[in-house]
Design a protein around this ligand. Structure first.
Ligand code: 13P
Ligand code: SF4
Length: 337
């Protein structure tokens, strides 16, 4: 950190209200390291006409202190399509930045680390989808947004965990079929099939964070904390979802806590979620076994600053792929929830 980024009285004053917000999850001793970086990021955003789209898995100093729009994959995609800013900094993983670029091709889209990938996106290629379509002609391809642009380009419609049930029902109706190809998350596909009655042909992809949770773990939380409310992400295996009180996207889990204000809750998902939600609901006790997403954790506060200072790393999508990938994303955004 340069001299100009010292924790001065001015910085302390400018960031006072932000610290009041996150004081429950960021120790006071750490704040002087974060505050000057936060102040500089917020200054650069104004100077350069940039917005930061921050996913719910970002750490609290990013999520609460520099994120202009926070949310699940669906909310961030909607915001990317809507924002007037010249620059989008994606505080999330690469497929999210690609989605932003596809929806807002005239904007500069930056990601602080090109290595922020996703085990689901890495599990499948456009060529794999072409082979699946040859094998199952006539069936619609529903593609989770956690994929690369060339996979989306081969698809009929995209979905996120926030709209997967509605998307699958809508596309099965439109094609007049009882089976869809739903890629690449085998667990999300099975969870959606169980909720819709639509049959799925899926792919051997899984989220390396959510596939590690087990049904036994959930039963153990219930034994250790009687009355606990269990919320799970639908990327978890179906037997884990079956043990939960509610399963939904990261935003749906947050909304559940807001609506029900359980006394004690466990969010069966990535670690930063509970920290971020705890800031909003200090009266709720969060039991915090969790798994870290190594890809999401490549996005750091210093990385975001570097990104804005140097205008790196720019995410681009070849025009021909972007044009074909936009159709299934637009089709997804048009599905009424
Ligand atoms: P959401 O769309 O629920 O935010 O999920 C994205 C993701 O990567 C979950 O692992
Ligand atoms: Fe991908 Fe899982 Fe990380 Fe989400 S949590 S970005 S699905 S690896």
């Amino acid at each position: 950190m340069g001299l100009e980024l010292a924790y001065s009285d001015d910085v302390a004053r400018a960031t006072e209200a932000l610290y009041a917000k996150v004081s429950g999850v960021i120790p006071k001793i750490e704040w002087p390291a974060y505050a000057p970086v936060i102040a500089e990021i917020n200054r650069l955003k104004r100077q350069k006409d940039a917005v930061i789209l921050a996913h719910n898995y970002m750490t609290p100093e990013i999520f609460h202190c520099v994120g202009d729009f926070v949310g699940d994959s669906l909310a961030l995609a909607r915001e990317a399509a809507r924002t007037d800013a010249k620059i989008i900094v994606q505080a999330g993983v690469h497929f999210m930045a690609e989605t932003s670029k596809i929806l807002s091709p005239e904007k500069t889209v930056l990601i602080p680390s090109m290595e922020a990938g996703c085990s689901l996106a890495a599990s499948i290629t456009g060529a794999d989808v072409r082979l699946l379509k040859q094998k199952y002609p006539g069936l619609p391809v529903v593609t989770y947004v956690n994929t690369s642009a060339d996979v989306k380009a081969e698809s009929d419609i995209c979905c996120t965990s926030g709209n997967a049930v509605k998307v699958v029902e809508a596309i099965a109706r439109e094609f007049g079929v009882d089976t869809v190809i739903m890629i690449p998350d085998k667990y999300l596909a099975r969870n959606v099939a169980a909720q819709t009655g639509v049959k799925v042909i899926t792919w051997e992809g899984a989220c390396e964070v959510h596939e590690r949770f087990t049904a036994q773990e959930i039963r153990d939380y219930r034994t250790a904390h009687p009355g606990i409310v269990v919320l799970a992400h639908p990327e978890c295996p179906p037997e884990v979802v079956a043990e939960a009180d509610f399963a939904g996207s990261t935003a749906a889990m947050i909304n559940y806590v807001g609506a029900h204000k359980p006394r004690r809750v466990v969010m069966v998902t990535e670690c930063s979620m509970s920290d971020n939600v705890a800031v909003e609901y200090p009266q709720v006790e969060f039991v915090r076994p969790c798994n870290l997403c190594p890809h999401m954790k490549r996005i750091t506060l210093n990385g975001i600053l570097h990104s804005l200072q140097t205008m790196t790393f720019e995410v681009t999508v070849p025009a021909e792929i972007a044009a074909r990938a936009k159709t299934p994303i637009d089709r997804m955004l048009a599905v009424k929830l």
